[in-house]
Design a protein around this ligand. Structure first.
Ligand code: NDP
Length: 283
């Protein structure tokens, strides 16, 4: 049996089309959604990410403001700029590209973004809302994973979902969303004993560790749904995930490829969150 692939590129395209239509409706009412993207320093990967975010925004009609700040920008300067954007009525979403230079406290920066403009969903107010099942912005990567599960018509109710990784931006919010969908959720991390035994019990596996080939075919129950969040490089420099795709594809029921899986959906969900921020401002 070969697993069915969940095509993140195709689903992201459909999602962008939906956002574009809704943006057009808002524009007809005189409101253009605005997204501010702040990049501090010149990390090459971050440069690529922000370029994508700006291009995606343009494609769906969202106005984006990309601000490149020098690496020596002080924390006080960055916080002051965020405060200005918090007060700017033409800006509905604010995103500060991570990682930040070491002299800046990233958590402090995130907490300065007004929660109703925190389209990354990292502010403690949005994290708390997710934890208690209240409305708020959901972090784009796990939100995109949920959309992929929804897309294949997979009912999570009563299923065992195993999340490998417990970061604040992927693993933890993923676990909350799966729990909200009535899955039974296990969260694994670097201190988990018997990882293979735990993962083997999963109906759904979400791998988010940054460790290439951590999830091998012997760890996957036949027919399981495998969502690969990892973004790693193989020895040839090619993008790959946390899952040993070459073998797991013959064991799983559904699988997301890397590239072309979670990555494009993460990008699409930022547009969804920005649209929702603008819609909320319009009411
Ligand atoms: P972090 O480094 O913040 O977290 C990694 C997690 O993996 C930690 O919780 C860590 O455990 C856990 N871990 C590490 N080693 C093991 C192990 N041997 N067994 C089990 N768990 C382990 O990473 P992120 O959550 O930010 O990202 C994870 C991956 O997802 C990365 O490859 C990243 O590039 C990718 N990513 C992809 C995105 C996309 O759009 N596709 C978006 C965001 C991230 P502990 O807490 O104990 O240290």
């Amino acid at each position: 049996m070969t697993a069915q692939r969940i095509d993140g590129n195709a689903l992201a395209r459909v999602t962008r089309e939906q956002v574009r239509a809704e943006v057009a409706t808002l524009k007809a009412r005189g409101l253009t959604p605005g997204l501010a993207v702040l990049l501090v320093g010149d990390d090459p990967a971050s440069q690529v990410y922000v370029r994508h975010k700006v291009a995606d925004s343009a494609e769906v009609g969202i106005h984006s403001l990309l601000e490149r700040l020098p690496a020596h920008t002080t924390q006080a300067e960055l916080l002051a700029r965020i405060e200005q954007l918090n007060a700017d009525r033409s800006i509905h979403g604010i995103l500060v590209q991570l990682p930040l230079p070491k002299h800046i406290d990233a958590q402090r920066v995130i907490e300065t973004i007004a929660p109703h403009k925190d389209v990354d969903g990292f502010h403690v107010a949005n994290a708390g809302a997710l934890a208690v099942g209240r409305p708020g912005f959901k972090p784009c990567t796990p939100y995109g994973c949920m959309k992929m599960l929804e897309h294949i018509g997979y009912s999570l109710r009563g299923k065992h979902a195993v999340v490998v990784g417990r970061s604040n931006i992927v693993g933890k919010p993923m676990a909350w969303m799966l729990l909200q969908a009535s899955a039974t959720v296990t969260v694994c991390h670097s201190a988990t004993a018997q990882l293979a035994t735990v993962v083997r019990q999963a109906d759904v596996i979400v791998a988010a560790t940054g460790i290439r080939n951590l999830i091998t075919a012997d760890m996957v129950a036949p027919g399981a749904v495998v969502i690969d969040v990892g973004m790693n490089r193989d020895d040839a420099g090619k993008l790959c995930g946390d899952v040993d795709f070459a073998t797991v594809q013959y064991k799983a029921g559904w699988i997301t490829p890397v590239p072309g899986g979670v990555g494009p959906m993460t990008r699409a969900m930022l547009l969804v969150n920005t649209l929702e921020a603008a819609q909320a401002a319009a009411t």
